[in-house]
Design a protein around this ligand. Structure first.
Ligand code: PEP
Ligand code: MN
Length: 332
């Protein structure tokens, strides 16, 4: 149950209600919101005078539910907004990992030439093997920050574990929580206190319910700016790296109030399939696409097989435009 208390409700009362119903307490624009476990369906008569309105949830998807708040959350990234009444679709591109200043400068140049605005690249890579490239760490964040100064582009970069969460929150414009980190409650809770948008990727072994519940950790921490990212789940199929769950995307659109970004690159795992998949993603009428693009994919230190080169991306972007048009969206 989500309970909005009246503005002047005294702290002792709100704490008493919170304690009685084991609620998480949130303060938003001088108003206290209490989120109880969803099993709570009503509140004692004696507290009614303090309640402005309340909403009973059907599951532990509460703040993210569009039955609680029907409008998509509006999130500003750089000069543009997604969600709300906006019909923008962000196309976020860049290499899997920051490898050098020269490489990121080429990516920034491509973004500028394409009329896009958001640079994405990882500095803390969550690799499956300890012997693979782990990312440039803070040095990489400095390169991205430098590019933001030069080009004015916001950047999105991932946090791998809680040892550097604060650092990534400080540098990034959008914090990415990767698929493997989706269950890291240290990261989720810190991002809940951050005042920046968070892109939460779906763990490849997670149900949609678990995915949105992870988002609830960030929302219930007080951060309203959460974006969901579907990047493929593990199925019995081995010919593609993962299986992009577009049915799941339809579910998230229908039942949540969170903007959605799709990542065809990690789902497919092979560059040959990315353009078709990216077009299918655009047709899903979502708030963004995240596509890995590298100046010279074969030399990439991570995810070499799936990254598009600059020419391939430019061609793809031209074919995305009419699809964006068809679903009444503007690519930014
Ligand atoms: C990435 O975005 O480069 C990445 C590691 O993605 P994921 O967490 O989806 O595997
Ligand atoms: Mn990658």
């Amino acid at each position: 149950m989500i309970i909005h208390l009246k503005e002047n409700t005294n702290k002792t009362i709100s704490q008493e209600i919170a304690a009685k119903y084991e609620a998480v307490e949130l303060v938003k624009r001088n108003k206290t919101i209490l989120v109880t476990p969803y099993s709570v369906k009503n509140i004692d008569e004696k507290y009614q005078e303090f309640i402005e309105h309340s909403w009973v949830a059907e599951s532990d998807i509460q703040l993210a539910s569009n039955k609680y708040s029907s409008e998509k959350r509006e999130i500003t990234i750089g000069k543009h907004k997604i969600g709300g009444k906006n019909r923008n679709t962000f196309v976020m591109i860049g290499p899997c990992g920051v490898e050098s200043k020269e490489q990121i400068e080429m990516s920034a140049q491509l973004i500028k030439e394409c009329g896009l605005q958001t640079l994405r690249a990882g500095c803390f890579k969550p690799r499956t093997s300890p012997y693979s490239f782990q990312g440039m760490g803070e040095e990489g964040l400095k390169i991205l920050a430098n590019m933001r100064d030069m080009y004015g582009f916001p950047f999105i970069t991932e946090v791998r574990d809680s040892t550097h969460t604060d650092m990534v929150i400080d540098y990034a414009d959008v914090i990415q929580i990767g698929a493997k980190a989706m269950y890291d409650h240290g990261i989720l809770r810190k991002c809940g206190k951050a005042n920046k948008p968070v892109l939460l990727k779906r763990g490849f072994g997670s149900s949609l319910q678990e995915f949105v519940q992870a988002a609830e950790f960030i929302l219930s921490g007080g951060n309203e700016q959460v974006i969901l990212c579907e990047r493929g789940i593990r199925t019995f199929e081995t010919k593609s790296r993962f299986t992009l769950d577009l049915c799941g995307v339809a579910y998230l659109k229908e039942y949540t109030n969170l903007p959605i970004i799709l990542d065809p690159s990690h789902a497919m795992g092979y560059a040959y399939g990315v353009p078709d998949l990216a077009r299918a993603c655009m047709a899903m009428d979502v708030e963004g696409l995240l596509i890995e693009v590298h100046p010279d994919p074969k030399t990439a230190k991570s995810d070499a097989s799936q990254q598009l080169n600059h020419d391939e991306f430019t061609k793809l972007l031209n074919t995305l435009k009419p699809i964006a048009n068809a679903v009444n969206r503007t690519i930014v």
